[in-house]
Ligand binder design. Structure first.
Ligand SMILES: [Zn+2]
Length: 198
Protein backbone atom coordinates (compact mmCIF):
# COMPACT_ATOMS: atom_id res chain seq x y z
CA UNK A 1 0.00 0.00 0.00
CA UNK A 2 2.26 2.78 -1.10
CA UNK A 3 2.50 4.81 -4.24
CA UNK A 4 -0.27 6.01 -6.44
CA UNK A 5 -2.86 6.49 -3.82
CA UNK A 6 -5.33 9.27 -3.80
CA UNK A 7 -5.60 10.68 -0.35
CA UNK A 8 -9.08 10.57 1.04
CA UNK A 9 -10.13 13.74 2.73
CA UNK A 10 -12.17 13.34 5.87
CA UNK A 11 -15.72 14.56 5.65
CA UNK A 12 -15.80 18.25 6.45
CA UNK A 13 -19.38 18.37 7.60
CA UNK A 14 -21.01 16.47 10.42
CA UNK A 15 -21.37 12.87 9.44
CA UNK A 16 -24.61 12.45 7.61
CA UNK A 17 -23.76 9.03 6.34
CA UNK A 18 -24.58 7.47 9.61
CA UNK A 19 -22.64 4.71 11.14
CA UNK A 20 -19.79 3.70 9.01
CA UNK A 21 -17.98 0.52 8.64
CA UNK A 22 -14.42 -0.11 8.03
CA UNK A 23 -13.83 -3.07 5.94
CA UNK A 24 -10.63 -4.95 5.67
CA UNK A 25 -11.72 -8.14 4.04
CA UNK A 26 -9.56 -11.13 4.72
CA UNK A 27 -8.68 -12.47 1.34
CA UNK A 28 -9.38 -16.08 2.09
CA UNK A 29 -12.88 -15.66 3.34
CA UNK A 30 -13.65 -13.75 0.17
CA UNK A 31 -12.81 -16.77 -1.86
CA UNK A 32 -14.87 -19.20 0.08
CA UNK A 33 -18.28 -19.63 -1.37
CA UNK A 34 -21.26 -19.91 0.91
CA UNK A 35 -19.33 -18.35 3.72
CA UNK A 36 -21.53 -16.77 6.35
CA UNK A 37 -18.99 -14.27 7.53
CA UNK A 38 -19.26 -10.81 6.18
CA UNK A 39 -16.45 -8.74 4.80
CA UNK A 40 -16.44 -6.07 7.44
CA UNK A 41 -13.60 -6.44 9.87
CA UNK A 42 -14.08 -3.36 11.97
CA UNK A 43 -16.90 -1.00 12.85
CA UNK A 44 -16.48 2.67 13.47
CA UNK A 45 -18.63 5.65 14.15
CA UNK A 46 -17.89 9.32 13.76
CA UNK A 47 -18.47 11.86 16.50
CA UNK A 48 -20.96 14.49 15.47
CA UNK A 49 -19.05 17.18 17.29
CA UNK A 50 -15.32 16.59 16.76
CA UNK A 51 -15.56 14.28 13.70
CA UNK A 52 -13.15 11.80 15.21
CA UNK A 53 -13.62 8.15 14.44
CA UNK A 54 -14.27 5.75 17.28
CA UNK A 55 -14.25 2.03 17.12
CA UNK A 56 -17.46 0.18 17.83
CA UNK A 57 -16.57 -3.15 19.46
CA UNK A 58 -19.28 -5.38 18.07
CA UNK A 59 -21.47 -5.68 15.05
CA UNK A 60 -24.51 -5.80 17.28
CA UNK A 61 -23.63 -2.51 18.91
CA UNK A 62 -22.98 -1.01 15.51
CA UNK A 63 -26.38 -2.15 14.27
CA UNK A 64 -28.00 -0.64 17.36
CA UNK A 65 -26.29 2.73 16.80
CA UNK A 66 -27.06 2.68 13.11
CA UNK A 67 -30.74 2.03 13.63
CA UNK A 68 -31.44 5.49 15.06
CA UNK A 69 -28.45 7.37 13.77
CA UNK A 70 -30.36 10.33 12.32
CA UNK A 71 -32.37 11.11 15.46
CA UNK A 72 -29.64 10.04 17.80
CA UNK A 73 -26.21 10.95 16.43
CA UNK A 74 -23.10 9.77 18.15
CA UNK A 75 -20.83 11.77 20.46
CA UNK A 76 -17.56 10.77 22.10
CA UNK A 77 -19.13 11.53 25.47
CA UNK A 78 -21.49 8.61 25.02
CA UNK A 79 -18.63 6.32 25.73
CA UNK A 80 -17.38 5.98 29.26
CA UNK A 81 -13.97 7.57 29.85
CA UNK A 82 -13.97 9.14 26.43
CA UNK A 83 -14.21 12.73 25.36
CA UNK A 84 -13.63 14.76 22.21
CA UNK A 85 -10.17 15.66 23.55
CA UNK A 86 -8.96 12.08 23.21
CA UNK A 87 -7.13 11.14 20.04
CA UNK A 88 -9.15 9.29 17.44
CA UNK A 89 -9.25 5.49 17.56
CA UNK A 90 -8.52 5.31 13.90
CA UNK A 91 -7.99 7.65 11.01
CA UNK A 92 -10.03 7.85 7.89
CA UNK A 93 -7.32 7.05 5.39
CA UNK A 94 -6.56 4.55 2.72
CA UNK A 95 -4.57 2.10 4.76
CA UNK A 96 -7.89 0.27 4.94
CA UNK A 97 -10.87 -0.13 2.72
CA UNK A 98 -13.71 1.99 4.06
CA UNK A 99 -17.34 1.51 3.35
CA UNK A 100 -20.04 3.87 4.51
CA UNK A 101 -23.37 2.65 5.61
CA UNK A 102 -26.65 4.39 5.23
CA UNK A 103 -28.08 5.62 8.52
CA UNK A 104 -31.25 4.21 10.01
CA UNK A 105 -31.12 0.69 8.71
CA UNK A 106 -33.40 -1.33 10.98
CA UNK A 107 -31.81 -3.90 13.21
CA UNK A 108 -32.10 -7.36 11.71
CA UNK A 109 -35.13 -9.24 13.05
CA UNK A 110 -34.52 -11.94 15.66
CA UNK A 111 -32.97 -15.16 14.36
CA UNK A 112 -31.71 -13.44 11.25
CA UNK A 113 -28.32 -12.04 10.42
CA UNK A 114 -27.52 -9.28 7.99
CA UNK A 115 -24.37 -9.78 5.99
CA UNK A 116 -22.51 -7.54 3.60
CA UNK A 117 -20.04 -9.20 1.32
CA UNK A 118 -17.41 -7.44 -0.73
CA UNK A 119 -17.08 -8.61 -4.30
CA UNK A 120 -13.72 -9.95 -5.22
CA UNK A 121 -12.93 -7.02 -7.49
CA UNK A 122 -13.90 -4.51 -4.79
CA UNK A 123 -16.42 -2.77 -7.04
CA UNK A 124 -19.54 -3.51 -5.07
CA UNK A 125 -20.92 -5.01 -1.92
CA UNK A 126 -23.85 -7.35 -1.72
CA UNK A 127 -26.30 -7.43 1.16
CA UNK A 128 -28.28 -10.40 2.27
CA UNK A 129 -29.92 -11.86 5.31
CA UNK A 130 -29.51 -15.33 6.68
CA UNK A 131 -33.03 -16.38 7.56
CA UNK A 132 -34.04 -18.60 10.52
CA UNK A 133 -34.10 -21.63 8.22
CA UNK A 134 -30.51 -20.96 7.18
CA UNK A 135 -31.43 -19.80 3.67
CA UNK A 136 -30.36 -16.49 2.28
CA UNK A 137 -32.70 -13.66 1.40
CA UNK A 138 -31.35 -11.26 -1.19
CA UNK A 139 -34.41 -9.11 -1.75
CA UNK A 140 -37.82 -8.36 -0.27
CA UNK A 141 -39.35 -11.03 -2.51
CA UNK A 142 -37.21 -13.68 -0.80
CA UNK A 143 -38.49 -12.49 2.58
CA UNK A 144 -42.09 -12.79 1.37
CA UNK A 145 -41.40 -16.30 0.17
CA UNK A 146 -39.91 -17.20 3.53
CA UNK A 147 -42.98 -15.88 5.37
CA UNK A 148 -45.28 -17.79 3.07
CA UNK A 149 -43.39 -20.98 3.80
CA UNK A 150 -43.09 -20.29 7.53
CA UNK A 151 -46.17 -18.26 8.54
CA UNK A 152 -45.39 -18.85 12.21
CA UNK A 153 -42.70 -16.15 11.89
CA UNK A 154 -45.14 -13.50 10.76
CA UNK A 155 -45.61 -12.11 14.26
CA UNK A 156 -41.87 -11.61 14.69
CA UNK A 157 -40.63 -10.81 11.22
CA UNK A 158 -41.97 -8.22 8.85
CA UNK A 159 -40.73 -7.34 5.38
CA UNK A 160 -40.25 -3.74 6.49
CA UNK A 161 -37.51 -4.82 8.91
CA UNK A 162 -35.28 -5.67 6.00
CA UNK A 163 -33.08 -3.23 4.18
CA UNK A 164 -30.88 -4.43 1.38
CA UNK A 165 -29.05 -1.17 0.74
CA UNK A 166 -25.36 -2.05 0.49
CA UNK A 167 -22.75 0.20 2.06
CA UNK A 168 -21.04 2.59 -0.28
CA UNK A 169 -17.42 1.82 -0.98
CA UNK A 170 -15.15 4.80 -0.52
CA UNK A 171 -13.35 4.92 -3.82
CA UNK A 172 -10.16 6.58 -2.56
CA UNK A 173 -9.61 3.66 -0.24
CA UNK A 174 -9.83 0.97 -2.90
CA UNK A 175 -8.35 2.81 -5.87
CA UNK A 176 -4.87 1.42 -5.21
CA UNK A 177 -6.14 -2.16 -5.11
CA UNK A 178 -4.99 -4.17 -8.16
CA UNK A 179 -8.28 -6.10 -8.44
CA UNK A 180 -10.25 -2.90 -8.38
CA UNK A 181 -8.00 -1.27 -10.98
CA UNK A 182 -8.37 -4.29 -13.27
CA UNK A 183 -12.16 -4.28 -12.92
CA UNK A 184 -12.32 -0.57 -13.59
CA UNK A 185 -10.14 -0.89 -16.71
CA UNK A 186 -12.33 -3.69 -18.00
CA UNK A 187 -15.42 -1.59 -17.53
CA UNK A 188 -13.80 1.32 -19.32
CA UNK A 189 -12.80 -0.93 -22.23
CA UNK A 190 -16.37 -2.09 -22.55
CA UNK A 191 -17.65 1.46 -22.52
CA UNK A 192 -15.10 2.47 -25.15
CA UNK A 193 -16.00 -0.49 -27.34
CA UNK A 194 -19.71 0.24 -27.20
CA UNK A 195 -19.26 3.93 -27.95
CA UNK A 196 -16.95 3.07 -30.86
CA UNK A 197 -19.68 0.94 -32.40
CA UNK A 198 -22.13 3.82 -32.53
ZN1 LIG B 1 -16.05 13.87 19.73
Amino acid sequence: MTAGMTAGSPPSSPPSQGGSQVCSPPRQSLRKRGSTKDSVGLYAVQCYKCYKWRMVPTKEEFETLRENFMEDPWFCSRRQDCSCDDPADLEYDNTRVWVMDKPNIPKPPPETERLVIMRRDFTKMDTYYVMPNGKRARCAGDVDKFLEAFPEYKDRISTSDFNFAPPKIVEETVSHNPSWIAAKAKKQDKADASSAQK
